[in-house]
Design a protein around this ligand. Structure first.
Ligand code: COA
Length: 228
C-alpha cells in the first residue's frame, strides 16, 4: 500500500455527505465522524457491529509483533471468538468498540480500533486503542479515543482507565496530551495506570449521535448528555 501524505483538518469538519448533517439540532464542531487526508482520502469512525468481525481480524492480523504486544500485552495472532463478540456488541453501559476506516480502491479498510469495557458500571471502564502500523503517527489514534470518551461520559461512566506498558512512550505521551493522569501500577513497575475522571461532555460526538439515531442506546435516558 502506498504511503499517503496528508494533513488532518484541525476542526475535523464532517463532510456534507456525513449522516451527521442529517441530524437536526446538533452542533458538532468537535465531532469526529469523518475527516480528510490531503489526497481527499476520507477516514470515518463508527461503532463496530456484529458484521465487522472480518474487519477486526484484518486489522489485528496486520499489526506488527510490537503493536500487538503493546496493545494486548502479548503477541496474539488474531482475536479469539470471545473478544470478537465483545468488540462487536456496542452497549455503551457495558462495552463499546469503535473502528476507524479508510476508503481504499473502493473498499473500506480498518486502520484503527479503540474499545472500553465497563467494570463495574458506572464507576469505571478500561480502554485500549491500536492504530495499524503504517498509519501510526498521523493523528488518527486520538480520534477514536476522543469519541470513546464522549460515549463513556454520555453513558454515565465516571472514570476511564487504561493499563499501559511503561516502555510505551507513544501512548504515555498521548495520555498526557489528552489530560489523563499516569500513576504507578499495583502490578509492578513495567505497567502504568492511566486514568481520567469523566463528566457529561458539552458536545455530541459522531459515534454517539449515530448510535442514538439508530436507537442502539436503550434502557436509560442519555439524551440530556452531549448536546450543546
Ligand atoms: C499509541 C497509538 C495508539 C497512538 O496512535 P497514533 O495514531 O500513532 O497517534 P497520533 O498520531 O494520534 O498522535 C497523537 C499524540 O500521541 C503521541 N505520540 C504518538 N506517537 C508517538 C511516538 N511514536 N512517540 C512519541 N509520542 C507519540 C504524541 O503526543 C502525539 O501528538 P503529536 O503528534 O502532536 O506529537 C499507536 O502508536 C499504536 O497503535 N501503538 C500500538 C498499540 C498501543 O500501544 N496501544 C496502546 C495500548 S492501550
Amino acid at each position: 500500500m502506498a504511503r499517503v501524505q496528508y494533513t488532518l483538518l484541525d476542526d475535523a469538519r464532517p463532510l456534507p455527505s456525513s449522516p451527521l448533517s442529517l441530524l437536526t439540532g446538533l452542533s458538532c464542531d468537535k465531532a469526529d465522524g469523518r475527516w480528510l487526508l490531503n489526497d481527499r482520502t476520507a477516514i470515518s469512525i463508527r461503532a463496530a457491529r456484529p458484521d465487522d468481525t472480518a474487519m477486526l481480524q484484518i486489522l489485528v492480523r496486520g499489526l506488527s509483533l510490537k503493536s500487538r504486544h503493546l496493545r494486548f500485552f502479548h503477541a496474539i495472532r488474531e482475536l479469539l471468538p470471545d473478544l470478537l463478540a465483545q468488540f462487536t456488541r456496542a452497549d455503551p453501559t457495558q462495552e463499546m468498540s469503535l473502528l476507524a476506516l479508510i476508503q481504499q480502491d473502493g473498499q473500506q479498510m480498518p486502520v484503527a480500533m479503540a474499545q472500553y469495557v465497563s467494570a463495574p458500571y458506572p464507576e469505571r471502564c478500561d480502554f485500549a486503542v491500536v492504530v495499524a502500523d503504517m498509519w501510526q503517527r498521523h493523528g488518527i489514534g486520538i480520534r477514536p479515543l476522543r469519541n470513546l470518551i464522549c460515549i463513556a461520559s454520555a453513558a454515565g461512566l465516571e472514570m476511564i482507565e487504561g493499563d499501559v506498558l511503561d516502555e510505551n512512550e507513544p501512548i504515555r505521551q498521548l495520555m498526557k496530551d489528552m489530560g489523563f493522569t499516569l500513576a504507578p501500577h499495583p502490578d509492578g513497575p513495567y505497567l502504568m495506570k492511566a486514568f481520567k475522571p469523566l463528566a457529561p461532555p458539552a458536545w455530541k460526538c459522531y459515534a454517539w449521535a449515530a448510535l442514538l439515531s439508530r436507537g442502539r442506546v436503550g434502557g436509560k435516558s442519555f439524551s440530556d448528555h452531549c448536546v450543546n
